[in-house]
Design a protein. Sequence first.
Length: 289
Amino acid sequence: MSKHRYPFFNTQFITATISTTLVLVLLGIIVLFVITAQNLSSYVKENINVSVLISDDLDSLQIMSMGENIRTAPYTKEVAYISKEQALKEEIEAQGIDPTEFIGINPYTASFEIKVKAEYANPDSIAQAVSQLKSNPKVVDVIYSKDLIKSVNDNIRKISIILLIIAGLFTYISFALINNTVRLTIFSKRFLINTMKLVGASWRFIRKPFMTRGIVLGIVSAIIADGLLLSGVYWLYNFEPQIVNIINLKAVAIVFGAVLVFGIVITSTCTMLSINKYLRMKSKDLYYM
């Protein structure tokens, strides 16, 4: 088998693949952080609890009707009914003290515990939902943490801005690193490119093998990078199974697709820019580089 039959898999190609793969892994990690930041934001927001305390004189049918109204409300993700007895039991388990032994009655109120949808977990939307809930005369009170909701939204906004800046910076760095790798590869072929020009080969004909090589470099590097990222995600799943709520299959698929697209686009673009540089260059200038 001659070396011309397998032109891609030489030492130069392997070196370029390793360099490009490392850059794509770094880029994939940044994309994963950006995507999972949104998932983490939704996860945190959807675990903010709103307690709707209800009157003791409601019968079971009225409780079911109120629960159904809350369940079908546009802001509700999950709702659970906590009876007076269940609330007392949970408090005894948490504190280790039974208050009925001291005051003779169950001091707790039945309630609906609501987890709101992420898009409604902001001060304005929560305030509207609370106002709607309090309009029911059988609702004693609605309890939620205004400060927590404000703090969560402010922190998530700041983190999102920082991550976007970091993502933009690393995208630029990734392009620069891969561009240098590709340029060094084509630099070693500059005299061959010039010779092909001198014998009358068209620019399209000269570009074709280099562009093919660049695309293959991007695909191979992206596949290896995706494999390394998959190994990392698999390790995280085994280390902390609950992380699947944040790094879900959809996020992983988007990251893998983004790495593949970035790999192909960046390597082919860098190859095009580099090959065009040498195609425009005069023969005498090749000796002064």
